[in-house]
Each structure stands twice: as C-alpha cells, then as structure tokens.
Ligand binder design. Structure first.
Ligand code: IFM
Length: 397
C-alpha cells in the first residue's frame, strides 16, 4: 500500500514543550526541591538541563526542528523568591528568554504554574489554603504586567488534576497528603485562582488568549456494561471538571494526551489500568485512537479551539518515538477532518528532563541530554519530527 501524506491546516502550530523545574536548573527555592531532599523522588533536580543558561541552544534546536511555537513555564519561586518581593532580575531574564524565542520565529506559549510552589508559600500550606488564591493572583498580575507583551498565549495552569490527585490523595507529590477534604479545598481554590487570573489577564491585556491545559485520558469500560456509569463519571472528573467549572474563563481547550485507561471489573473490585497495547517505560500503554476520542469529546463539549500541549513517550532507545508521533498525528488529523478545530501540537518534550518522582530515569526528549556534560544530542526521531513540522504534514503507511 502507498504511503499517504496527511496535510495539516495552514497556520497549524508545531511546537515542543518544556517546564521550568524540569529543565532550568537551580530551582532550589520551591516545594519540589524540598520534596526531593526528603528522598521522595528518585534523584534530585539540581542543574537539570541548565536551560536557565543554555536556553539559546534549546531555542536553536526548536528552530532547527522547524517549529513555529515553543511552550515553556515560568518558575514562580524565582520570580517571587520571598512573599511579596518580586525579583526584577528573574523577570528580565525571562524577558530575554521570551524575546529569543520570538527572534527565532516561534510563537510563545507560556505556562504560569507547572506544579512548583515557592517554599515561603508551601510553608503556609499551599493550595488547600484560601490565601493561595490571593498569592497566585498577585504573581499572575505581576507576570502579565511585566511580561505580557512577550507572551502570545497564556496557560494559567498545567494539568491541575495531577498535583491534586497525587498531592492530596495518593500523597506522592507535595504536599504529600491523603486527605479528601483538603483535596476538595485545594481544587476549589485552584478553580477560583484560574477564574481570577483569566479576568485579570483580560483587564491587563485583552487580546491575549488564555486558558489551561489538562492531563486527559481516553476512558473506556471493559468487561461489564455496569461500568459505563463509573467510567463516564471518572472521565467527567478527571478530564473535564476544570473545563466545566471554568466555563466562560478560557479561550481554548488544552489537552495533554499520553494514554488510555480501561475501567475493568475484577469481582468484587473495579480496577483502572492503562490499555496494554504496548507499554512504555512510564508503564503507560500506547493507544493513538485515544487521542482522537479525547479531542472529539472536547470539541463536542466545548466548541473552542483545541491545542495538544503535550504528547510524547519515554523511550531511551528512541526506537518507538517516531512511530508514536506519527500514529498520534494521524489520529489528530482524523479529528480535524471530522470538524474539530485543532490549532496546534506541542511534543513533550524537546529535551530529556527531570521527570518528577522518576527523576532522570525517563527519557522523553527528541534531544538526548548528557547530564554530566549537558551536551544536547538530537535523536533520530528529532529528524522525523522536523520533517513533519517543516512540511506541515505527516506521512503514514
Ligand atoms: O513530564 C510531565 C509534565 O511535566 C506534565 N505532563 C506529563 C509529563 C510526562 O509525565
């Protein structure tokens, strides 16, 4: 059978995504750093990829890929190292970073909060405390006032579901709680913080597109119809809760998609497990159809422009990454051809980086990093993704 070329709409955004704590290095004034020091992660973030200093190299790589968009996050603890005291030096640093991205021909998609809280705030509690809404809003206000002109798209939060579930129920993310009441309080405060920041950003910079992005799975029930209700409720809670609560407070829907989840009956219990087509190093199954399902679901529900802000695979040998990207893009293309208004795809990640609890053991990068020398070495998949970005098209078999 002949290969097919699937063309994406003109102006489609091709990007790569990173986050401050995972790549910058020396983020030692936040709760995740403390978490690491307590031995709760399989290694310490330390210098990470030293992107704080090596950002021009990272941006050069994204430019070489042919990307027209770059997603990064700002480190709150560097911008506001002490309560109410903002560091002009850090703000000026980020200004240079953002200007460099623009100079290299890429649109700047900026996340305000990708999971790390300054130590001064985590000592006061964190998201389950009401005052965090006020502190977060003040931080957002400062960033938008100072850097708004260097930001093309604003993500208030990355995947609020994960720090909530893991920080307040499973307890393996900071603040390490197992407490449903604190979970509900934290969630309520996060929703309120997102609403306030959205309103505020519209006051300061009306035309800046603002939203969030959520970790979305494709949920399916497996061996019993009785599970359909549970599956639907789980999906509403995990994927769509924030979007439902925030109606009127986002300009686009952000989706981070990695894997599908089967809800399965194992009498007398019910289990949720990844669809085990091909298990990646993270223990997540590869299931590209799931991306189609999630995107169509988001489109049917919200009728807003959709961006895939993360999608990727931990694959040290790089023997599955190119196929993973292509299969997911094929499904994304199908969703677009069925009418979903998808505007961009950001691959997670540009470089290998600090994968939270897993530390440096998971290799999500199109570019390999030697964590001794910090040398960046593009993998084979880098060149495959480059073809896609440059052609605005994916070739599939
Ligand atoms: O590395 C993370 C990222 O910080 C948030 N989304 C999922 C990625 C892979 O686990």
């Amino acid at each position: 059978m002949e290969n097919k070329i699937l063309k994406f709409p003109a102006g489609f955004l091709w990007g790569v995504a990173t986050s401050a704590y995972q790549v910058e290095g020396d983020c030692d004034n936040n709760d995740w750093c403390e978490w690491g020091k307590k031995g709760k992660t399989k290694g310490i973030a330390g210098k990470a990829c030293d992107s704080w200093n090596k950002y021009p190299e990272d941006h050069d790589l994204a430019q070489e890929l042919g990307c027209n968009a770059f997603r990064l996050s700002l480190e709150w603890s560097k911008i506001e190292p002490e309560e109410g005291k903002f560091s002009q030096e850090a703000i000026e640093h980020y200004r240079k970073v953002l200007q460099d991205i623009k100079a290299k021909g890429m649109m700047r998609s900026v996340t305000l909060w990708h999971w790390t809280l300054p130590i001064w705030l985590s000592k006061k509690g964190g998201w389950h405390k009401k005052h965090t809404v006020k502190y977060f809003t003040e931080y957002c206000k400062k960033v938008i006032e100072e850097l708004g002109d260097e930001i093309d798209q604003l993500l208030i939060m990355n995947e609020p579901r994960l720090p909530l579930n893991r920080g307040y129920l499973a307890g393996n993310f900071p603040p390490g709680k197992h407490n449903p009441i604190l979970y509900f309080l934290a969630r309520k405060n996060m929703v309120e913080a997102c609403k306030k920041c959205y309103d505020l950003s519209k006051e300061i910079k009306k035309d800046l597109p603002v939203g969030i992005t959520q970790f979305c799975n494709d949920f399916d029930y497996y061996n019993s119809k009785f599970l359909s209700f549970i599956t639907e409720q789980t999906e509403n809670l995990y994927n769509w809760y924030f979007y439902d609560q925030l109606r009127g407070h986002y300009d686009f829907v952000g989706i981070n998609y990695y894997f599908a989840v089967e809800v399965k009956l194992y009498p007398p219990s019910i289990k949720m497990q990844t669809v085990d087509m091909q298990i990646t190093e993270m223990g997540w199954g590869v299931f590209a159809d799931g991306l189609y399902e999630v995107v169509m679901d988001a489109w049917d529900r919200y009728k807003k422009p959709i961006y895939i802000f993360e999608n990727g695979i931990a694959n040290a040998e790089d023997d599955h990454r190119s196929a993973y990207i292509k299969s997911h893009l094929q499904k994304l293309h199908e969703a677009i051809s069925k009418g979903a208004d998808v505007r961009g795809y950001f691959h997670w990640s540009l470089v290998d980086n600090f994968e939270w609890v897993e530390a440096y053991n998971m290799k999500f990068g199109l570019v390999e990093i030697d964590f001794e020398t910090l040398e960046r070495k593009p993998r084979k998949s880098f060149y495959e993704y480059a073809k896609i970005c440059k052609n605005n098209a994916v070739e599939v078999g």
